[in-house]
Design a protein around this ligand. Structure first.
Ligand SMILES: C[S@@+](CC[C@H](N)C(=O)[O-])C[C@H]1O[C@@H](n2cnc3c(N)ncnc32)[C@H](O)[C@@H]1O
Length: 237
């Protein structure tokens, strides 16, 4: 299963993720805040990595089960260790998010994801949003934290500069590998990163049949989106 995400990326991200991701804890808290009252106590997390967000979800939503999905065996091994204390409430599954098994065992109360969808191309993003809507229970929500593409030179320069500054402020030692790995994709475009503009995400989510589609947080080219599967009654009105 090849996604373009490499073991070297895992090593760097696991070590420095808290600094590489702008305001990471705040982003995770916003993802949890946006889940609200779920119609079912079941969440799928796509691209869970080493399970940082999963841990937050399980810690905050005490009666909820999480299926944590990732394509990387290395990441899932780290997640297994991190989440050992939540046995019975978490399932780890190796799958690419493009595969149907990633979203199995629905309907779910929520699907969440952080920093994974920008690895998909435009078609795959649209297809994913339709599939996510299809596996959510009525009233269920999709919450996505991800890189977004700034539109135009000034927004691009701002996002690049603010991202660098955030990494420096979080951990000056992390700024060295951040620069040498050319991690700031707004400064060093990488074909593995395919962030879409905010407007494109909003349009695609609406086209996939979601309601209450919004961007709820945005900083340094990182954003958190919310979208809700309508209740059956709303669909007919
Ligand atoms: C930057 S890490 C983010 C990890 C975690 N969500 C976080 O926020 O800490 C990206 C993760 O997405 C996973 N990934 C990338 N493409 C994927 C795909 N097509 N399907 C499933 N996982 C994918 C990688 O294996 C990696 O664990």
């Amino acid at each position: 299963m090849s996604t373009g995400w490499l073991d070297d990326d895992t090593a760097l991200f696991v070590r420095y993720g808290d600094a590489f991701v702008p305001r990471r804890t705040e982003q995770f808290d916003i993802v949890c805040d946006l889940l609200g009252e779920l119609p079912r106590p079941s969440i799928v997390e796509l691209g869970c990595g080493d399970g940082r967000l999963t841990e937050r979800l399980l810690g905050r939503l005490h009666h909820t089960r999480v299926a944590a999905v990732d394509a990387s065996a290395g990441m899932l091994a780290l997640a297994r260790t991190r989440l050992a204390g939540f046995t019975g409430r978490v399932t780890l599954r190796r799958a690419a998010m493009e595969e149907d098994t990633a979203l199995a065992d629905g309907p779910h109360g929520a699907v969440v994801t952080s920093l994974a969808v920008h690895h998909l191309d435009d078609r795959a993003k649209q297809a994913l949003y339709r599939r996510v809507r299809g596996v959510l229970a009525p009233g269920g929500v999709f919450v996505m934290a991800d890189l977004v593409a700034p539109v135009g030179p000034a927004p691009l320069a701002l996002a690049a500069a603010r991202w660098d500054a955030e990494v420096h402020a979080a951990d000056p030692a992390a700024a060295v590998p951040f620069e040498s790995a050319r991690w700031n994709t707004f400064r060093y475009p990488d074909p593995v990163d395919r962030p879409s503009p905010v407007g494109a995400h909003l349009n695609r989510l609406a086209r996939a049949g979601f309601r209450d589609v919004d961007v709820c947080w945005l900083y340094a080219g990182h954003a958190v989106f919310h979208a809700r599967r309508p209740e059956r009654l709303e669909e007919t009105t």
